[in-house]
Design a protein around this ligand. Structure first.
Ligand SMILES: Nc1ncnc2c1ncn2[C@@H]1O[C@H](COP(=O)(O)OP(=O)(O)OP(=O)(O)O)[C@@H](O)[C@H]1O
Ligand SMILES: [Mg+2]
Length: 300
């Protein structure tokens, strides 16, 4: 028997006021893209996400969400994280509309559904050592009742993501590499033992070796602790490495979804074929701009 979905988007649409008219570009790709954006425009509004239903099942699962820039990946992930309300449709956690949860239920949801963003630097407070990240989570979620237990938790979490506590504790965020900062975010998540991670382009700013390490940690999290992940990426080869399920988003709509191998080897939708042919775009400068502070991450 199939277990009910843990976290699900049910026929969710998010409309925004269009920021500006799409630029009709010089190249064919630009013209095609402008055409696509135009199709999605209605009365000056854009449906960034358009009637999407997506379920993260109760069984530990990795789902990669791919789609070109502007296809609605971040908007969908922000709705799943409760950071953005859908214009229509419902986001449910354990069967309940997340925007109608009681205070206690909301707290459980906030602990069980965790976020990882493209560049965690913005989340760190530059004036505090990195252990601040852990201490705040320990305090907020009451994970330890004395300093000794807190220290043990921190050290265990760091080892779980292949960092040596003596190498990172006592340092300031700017004294660490992007990959180390990103792994510390995973260590924080390890401490919280959530059920689901929503990761929006978490590896696009880190180099290939650390990227593989990062993905192996996600695979470990799934296999050892039953943590699912919705992994958002531009890069199909990264998604392929993770395996699991693949969901393809185009103009705010899901155009294809299924087992990774099946979709990659037998793409049904023309857009998926285009994505497969496209060179993965390494455009780390762009995109994630939403600032979420550590306080918000622990308490939103
Ligand atoms: N707050 C907002 N106000 C207006 N329009 C928005 C807002 N957020 C997103 N959009 C628009 O919604 C569409 C989808 O954006 P979104 O950021 O979800 O795409 P994405 O797939 O994450 O792209 P990228 O790969 O570049 O991160 C885009 O056309 C974007 O301009
Ligand atoms: Mg995005």
């Amino acid at each position: 028997m199939l277990l009910p979905a843990l976290l699900e988007a049910d026929n969710v649409t998010k409309s925004f006021m269009a920021r500006r008219r799409p630029r009709v570009g010089v190249g064919q790709a630009d013209t095609q893209r402008a055409g696509r954006v135009q199709n999605n425009l209605r009365d000056g509004m854009i449906n960034a996400v358009d009637g999407v239903s997506l379920a993260i099942p109760a069984e530990p699962t990795l789902i990669s969400l791919v789609g070109e820039s502007g296809s609605g990946k971040t908007t969908l992930s922000r709705m799943l994280l409760g950071l953005e309300k859908p214009t229509t449709g419902t986001i449910r956690y354990r069967g309940k509309d997340i925007f109608k949860l009681s205070k206690e239920e909301w707290k459980v949801y906030r602990r069980e559904v965790q976020a990882v963003f493209q560049d965690p630097y913005a989340i760190y407070n530059p004036f505090y050592h990195v252990e601040h990240v852990f201490k705040m989570a320990i305090k907020h979620f009451k994970l330890a009742d004395n300093a000794e237990k807190a220290r043990a938790l921190m050290e265990e979490a760091l080892r779980a993501v292949d960092l040596r506590p003596q190498d990172v504790l006592g340092r300031y965020p700017h004294q660490l590499s992007g990959g180390e900062r990103q792994r510390i975010m995973l260590a924080r998540i390890y401490m919280l033992k959530p059920r689901v991670i929503i990761a929006d382009e978490p590896v696009s700013m880190i180099d290939a070796a650390v990227r593989t390490l990062f993905m192996n940690i996600l695979l470990d999290f799934r296999d050892q602790y039953g943590i699912s992940c919705l992994f958002i990426t531009h890069n199909l080869s990264t998604a392929y490495y993770l395996g699991g399920q693949l969901v393809v988003l185009c103009q705010g709509k899901i155009v294809e979804q299924g087992d990774m191998d099946e979709v990659i080897n037998n793409p049904r939708h023309n857009y998926t074929r285009q994505l497969l042919n496209a060179v993965p775009s390494g455009d780390p400068e762009k995109r994630w701009t939403t600032k979420l502070t550590l306080e918000e991450l622990n308490a939103y």
